[in-house]
Design a binder for this molecule. Structure first.
Ligand code: NAI
Ligand code: 13P
Length: 295
């Protein structure tokens, strides 16, 4: 039996996809009861051997404190960095679950397209290749799964691209043109790689679907919530209003804070994340940040 924890956009898309492969052996849960197919309460969901986590990254630490996942096989599908502890999600999970029972899912995948069974490529990374292979068997044909052992790379790639997507959305909202956006995205990839390699990630990961692939997807489409946050910031809207209107999580807003603090602490050069941080948290004008980055 497999349980999806989190019935937001991504959790419900994963339920839709995985159900096609495992048929009746899947349930979904959320902190609020929802009237959707397969919904069970959290206690019932935690009876499954296989657990897929699709809740907001900042909520994960408290979730793990509250519910016991010890001895479960866990696939983490969230993308972010804990902004209070300044830890990657694999570091948070490793405090509660054996490293051999953990796998991480990332890659270019708008939930909406997964719900339409559109071809999608994802990466499952784990220090336990047998577990990665096992999770791979749960996915239907339209989702091509690559397996990898670069957990650190997968975590940095999935989290950081949301920050670059906010910057690219700002670029779009300011109407700075396609040349400027391509510059931001490509320099964003260099920045992600520099940050990731500091934490032990492999360069190859950033050149592949979970790195460049997810970055190109998210930083160039209004389907991305993070990109839309950027567009709205460029229009001069206030962050709280943007997030209220969005009604779903834009992980990049919190990941920006975590990356800014981690790069300050470790002296890593992260110019784009630093400007996004200044816009989000110090009130710097988007137009000034983009000028400082591009000119
Ligand atoms: N929507 C997408 O296309 C994709 C999303 N993701 C990632 O999946 C994660 C979830 O995103 P979405 O489902 O899209 O967002 P969403 O905003 O639609 O849903 C968020 C989910 O997190 C849960 N949640 C939020 N705060 C919580 C708390 N304090 N305690 C317990 N649960 C809490 C909500 O109940 C909901 O189930 C994020 O890390 C996101 O980056 C990854 C790939 C694709
Ligand atoms: O992670 C995603 C696509 O791979 C979803 O991006 P957004 O959270 O910006 O919508």
């Amino acid at each position: 039996m497999i349980s999806i924890i989190g019935a937001g956009s991504w959790g419900s898309a994963l339920y839709h996809a995985i159900k096609q492969k495992v048929e009746g052996e899947i349930v979904i849960t959320s902190r609020r009861r929802r009237n959707i197919e397969g919904f069970v309460d959290i206690e019932k969901a935690l009876e499954s051997e296989y657990i897929v986590i699709a809740i907001a990254a900042q909520a994960i630490k408290n979730f793990l404190k509250k519910y016991n996942l010890k001895d479960k096989k866990v696939l983490v599908a969230s993308k972010g960095i804990d902004k209070d502890e300044l830890k990657f999600l694999n570091e948070i999970f490793e405090e509660y679950v054996s490293i051999n029972d953990l796998a991480f899912l990332s890659g270019p995948s708008f939930a909406k397209e997964v719900k339409e069974n559109k071809p999608t490529a994802l990466v499952i990374a784990s220090k336990n290749m047998e577990l990665a292979k096992k999770f791979k068997t749960f996915f239907p044909k339209f989702i091509k799964i690559y397996i990898d052992d670069d957990v650190e790379g997968i975590e940095v790639a999935g989290a950081y691209k949301n920050v670059i997507a906010i910057a690219a959305g700002i670029c779009e909202g300011l109407n700075l043109g396609a040349n400027a956006k391509a510059a931001l995205i490509s320099r964003g990839l260099v920045e992600i790689d520099r940050f990731g390699e500091f934490f032990g990630a492999k360069k190859d990961t950033f050149l592949d679907v979970a790195g460049a692939g997810d970055l190109f997807l998210t930083a160039n489409s209004t389907m991305s919530r993070n990109y839309r946050v950027g567009i709205n910031l460029a229009k001069g809207k206030v962050l709280d209003d943007i997030l209220n209107e969005l009604g779903e999580v834009a992980e990049g807003v919190y990941t920006t804070e975590a990356i800014y603090k981690l790069s300050q602490k470790n002296n890593i050069y992260t110019p784009i994340a630093t400007e996004v941080y200044k816009i989000l948290y110090t009130g710097k004008k988007p137009v000034e940040s983009l000028r400082d980055l591009l000119i």
